[in-house]
Design a protein around this ligand. Structure first.
Ligand code: ATP
Length: 245
């Protein structure tokens, strides 16, 4: 049974139809990139899966449960298997990193292991640093560490590496991949970095003009479409449709 099954998902803001019937499936163990232009609807889609955004039509099934027919209690239960990382710039800014980890451990319960998280994400050097004194890359690293600390079945990351230098992006990606291998969860993230999609992801979802196109692997996508890079594929897809408008 896939962890996520989405069928015919539609969402409008006022009279602006953003999602026009998306279909999507995610299996356990997969790392999936969601790509698309600014304003294509990536965050809207991810927020729907996070159960923090209502949708108009279609079905969203998470871990075998139909989100649309769950009550508040059911949603609360389902959220226990899910971790999300939004842009962490205003994240409990006066707390030190160690205090933040302890705080989240108290929410997550006994199974969350602060020591293992510090070790896995190599956080030792900044344990005493207040969150708002960290660099952007370190903020993302701490946010990821917190998201993974509860060993979630599904992790949803909205642009986790935006604005980071290539070294820090690589460090974060290695953490994401290693953790997911160990826990066999599903990771879904939006990104504008096509090199990351090619290098680290198992599957690609392109959202364009309210519709989705899902490719099973970046390598198969390139073989099928004949492009030499995901960047070329992306520019071609986005450009082609714009040219016929
Ligand atoms: N709460 C809202 N009310 C009205 N319009 C919204 C709302 N949230 C998003 N939108 C609009 O819906 C469209 C899709 O937005 P969304 O943030 O999902 O796109 P995105 O693909 O994540 O964009 P980006 O790459 O720029 O982050 C945009 O045109 C945006 O302006």
């Amino acid at each position: 049974m896939p962890n996520i099954i989405v069928k015919g998902l539609k969402k409008a803001y006022g009279n602006k139809q953003v999602l026009k019937g998306l279909d999507f499936t995610a299996e356990q163990g997969e790392v999936i990139a969601v790509i698309g232009k600014n304003g294509a609807g990536k965050s809207t889609f991810l927020e729907t899966l996070m159960m923090i955004r209502d949708f108009d039509e279609g079905t969203v099934n998470l871990f075998g449960k139909d989100v649309g027919s769950l009550g508040a209690k059911g949603v609360r239960e389902l959220k226990k298997d899910l971790s999300i990382v939004l842009q962490p710039t205003n994240f409990y800014k006066n707390l030190r990193v160690k205090e933040l980890l302890e705080l989240f451990r108290s929410y997550y319960g006994k199974s969350a292991d602060v020591k293992a998280t510090i070790r896995d994400f190599e956080l030792q050097e900044h344990l005493k640093t207040p969150f708002d004194k960290l660099s952007g890359g370190w903020k993302q690293r701490v946010a990821l560490a917190i998201a993974f600390m509860s060993s979630p079945k599904l992790v949803i990351l909205d642009e986790p590496t935006t604005g980071l230098d290539p070294y820090m992006r690589d460090v974060l990606w290695k953490n994401i991949i290693r953790h997911n291998k160990e826990h066999n969860g599903t990771i879904l993230l939006s990104t504008h970095y096509m090199d990351e999609v090619e290098r680290y992801c198992d599957k690609v979802m392109l959202i364009h003009e309210g519709q989705s196109n899902v490719f099973d692997t970046p390598a198969n996508l390139l073989a099928k479409t004949g492009h030499t890079s995901i960047n070329d594929f992306y520019l071609d897809r986005i450009g082609e449709k714009e040219a016929v408008r």
